[in-house]
Design a protein around this ligand. Sequence first.
Ligand code: PEP
Ligand code: MG
Length: 566
Amino acid sequence: MKGIGVSRGIGIGKILLIEEHSLEYTPKQVTDTAAEKSRFKDAVLKFCENTHKQAEALKKSAGDKEAEIMLGHISIIKDPFLQKEVEKLIDGGQCAEAALDNMCDTFTQIFSAADDDMTRQRAADVRDVRSGVISILLGISKVRLSDAPKGTIICIKELTPSMIAEINRENIVGILTETGNTTSHSAILARVLEIPAVMSVTDIVAAAKNGEQAIIDGDKGEVILSPDNEQISTYSEKRERLIQEHRELEKFRGKTTASADGTEYELVCNIGKPQDAAKAIEADGEGVGLFRTEFLFMDKSSVPTEDEQFEAYKNAAMILKGKPLIIRTLDIGGDKDIPYLGLAKEKNPFMGFRAIRYCLNNRKLFRTQLRAILRASAFGNISIMFPLITCVEEVRDGKKLVEELKAELDAQNIKYDKNIKVGIMTETAAAGIIADLLAKESDFFSIGTNDLTGYTMAADRGNKDVSYLYSAFQPSVLRMIRSIITAARENNIPVGMCGEAAADPMMIPLLISFGLTEFSVSAPSVLKVRKCISSWTKERADEVAAKVMRLATEREVKEYLSSVIS
Ligand code: PEP
Ligand code: MG
């Protein structure tokens, strides 16, 4: 069966089906409203007491931040508006259960209608609070997971944070649910507790039997009920391998990113949403090397306002607390459409009116974004990056606009970082060829190998028929990469790579040899890349690169590189 893998790892164990007690009740009309209000108050007190205990347990098993999830439940039930409204409903004759139900419904609806996933997930917290208080009012003891035996895979419709708080980490090897996704609080907790978890598996509660053996794969989001012996041994081996790899990688957490001979590198992350900055930090990234702002635009039905964008950029900067944040200006077109912008259909969209070209021709939209970025720069270590640069004029034009906006902000007495850096993506063949000229106009380069490969090879990255040509290991692409890095070094500007190739263990020795200074990768790749960098000396990387750059075909390059990496 398939679901969403929300916490990595393999779990092999026995299913414990959790059937929640029915919290049904018959609504009563109350006459002694004072007594009913005090019954409600007592239940709230008891709930807060229980929740405090759960928070303490979580503090020990997971950490302070995680315990706050439970403390958040106390804030929900103590919310003055909720309290007052429940009392009003009781005054109107409703019993405490019905009054609370009504208010929780209202809160759930408000949260469920929110634009962002995180707020929508808070609806699950309200449901958790509701069932906690109502079970106290009905005198039902809630499901207890603390007694689950060793090797248990919990299987339940919806797993709440309060249930996770009771888990004995040693005994639970997996979690299976019918609801939830990566941003659910219970998913966050499962990850912190390192329990493999697969959520949103349709009808798993009906399909699984109590005590039945099962395998869950939290990486792939897969569940196997009653596996055969072969499957058990395959997954047991995989589990051991993953545990070993994980242990190895964890040794690199908190370390500086450096090669075996001590040269330090910056290792940052690529993100698409402001909240992903937290994932970058969690993954031990040293900042953000690429914030793809188009997702902010794609999530809306019209262009986000300056204030909306300002809040998003500021949020990311605040999460990063002074660590670098490179914000790429809108990179639409090609495979990224934003319907409300009404881009014309083009024969060759990848070569068309997109990214910096579109922005420089739609000044109002571009000014709004740049003003928002500049304003946010007062709150962190922000840089601006232009995508798809092909000629010097584009950089000059973009920078001129930034200067105009700085003057505008000065006149309005609005704060921003006066030394903000403005760099470019080097991701077109043109940029590669005139990298020396562009380096004189830019504060930094970031090599976008995803596009650079396509534009150098004239092979669309989404076209299966030409995918055999689409490889960053093509000699032409490698030469492009080398000359971009050389141009940056000769002009004393930092040069990073934010295309997927930056995390490829076969590419890393070449990048070390060419002189890259920053690697920007997806959050889950951070520790892997740090480990890989640490295994190379410049001398050995130079030997490998010298050999590679003499090879004539992509196949030879890859064959050779795979033979030198362990
Ligand atoms: C790239 O082209 O390598 C890149 C990082 O940008 P995107 O994948 O967003 O085009
Ligand atoms: Mg690109």
